[in-house]
Design a protein around this ligand. Sequence first.
Ligand code: FAD
Length: 392
Amino acid sequence: MPLDFELSEEHQLVEKTVRDAMKPWVERRAELRAMIKRAEMPEELWKDFAEIGLLGALIPEEYGGNGMGLVAQALGFESITALGISPNVMLVNCMDAACIAKVGSDALKQRYLPGIADGSHRFCFAITESDAGSNAFAMTSFAEHRGDRFVLNGSKTYISGFDISDYMLLVARTTKEGEGAGHKGLTLFVVPTNTPGITSQLIPVSFAEGVNQYALYFDDVEITEDNVVGEVDGGAVAMFLSLNPERILAAAMCSGMSEYLIGAATQYALDRKVFGNAPIGSYQGIAHPLAECKVNHEAARLLMLKAAWAFDAGKGPVEVGSLANMCKLLNADSAIRSADVCIEVHGGNGFTEEYGFLDMYNGARLLKTAPVSREMVLNFVGEWDLGLPKSY
Ligand SMILES: Cc1cc2nc3c(=O)[nH]c(=O)nc-3n(C[C@H](O)[C@H](O)[C@H](O)COP(=O)(O)OP(=O)(O)OC[C@H]3O[C@@H](n4cnc5c(N)ncnc54)[C@H](O)[C@@H]3O)c2cc1C
């Protein structure tokens, strides 16, 4: 079969459905921005995400989803951000759903997936610890197996949306360091956020992301055995079933941001006249950076779609991981550059609340560092794609 870059009819329909459904929110962008600044959950928007099927794209129909797959979901995320709207905590919900759907027990899938798909269960994701960020395998939070339950002690940090989530998908150590642990001793759990023994502390961050960040502390938190996701001590592999779609969806968000920013800047460059009657877009000093953004955006977007396709096609975790990492890097770089150029094109207006470009710059800049940093992506590509020795 020849290589075909056309989106399928189904995928075109996803794009159209999402863009049509989100249109009323374009009018309400100022209201949404104000909610984002207050880190207030836009419940109405959340319901819309569920209604158009975006929360259930990685969930099979038998568990309440629509099983449309990651390409469809990525197109949905891209379409939302291309309208200047943030998908908010949808990213972690979708990545958690992907993991539970792939390795969770049937009972676990029955219990949690329908609620994620219809928007009634909200999830956050907890892996990072203060001494285990880029090096997640250095985590020390420990869940001790006692009878029919695990007892968790330790802490996590930068957990987005803990306050508005009913559950978290949490990674903890179940084999202590020195007992053959490393990447083998990790386990994934679903933990209700109101479980006794969990305390939280707000981490103030200096830009509005729409959700708050929390440090979490676990003091003898009991988790029943039936909330283990996948195999005990087999969490490292299961974890990547979440982390790969997260990276691809983060790339899709950046791709949508680039589309929005390049579109806004191009329109402004056509309208704005500074010297005589020529629009500023006729100056190459304005046109070339914009054209470069367009070139980078097109290339980055193609890799994002290829990564989502590889996930849907069931390619191996290293192949998907490599594409997911590369497309996250390219799309974050593209969105950051697009935001910078968009601000430059708008002159002083680029800094106004009304346009909100600085917020987008910050959003794109975050996605350069999290969920995986640019440096760790390059380390992965060096080691796994090029076979270079690991330096750390
Ligand atoms: C707003 C926000 C939201 C977040 N949300 C979540 C969440 O919901 N859940 C969650 O679990 N985590 C979350 N995180 C955590 C995020 O994933 C980590 O911050 C990120 O992975 C980096 O880890 P770190 O902060 O510990 O940096 P570090 O690991 O301390 O790294 C510091 C710097 O050193 C570089 N570095 C480290 N090792 C190497 C190496 N070997 N080679 C080259 N460079 C290296 C890194 O790339 C980075 O630039 C969030 C973070 C932020 C800021």
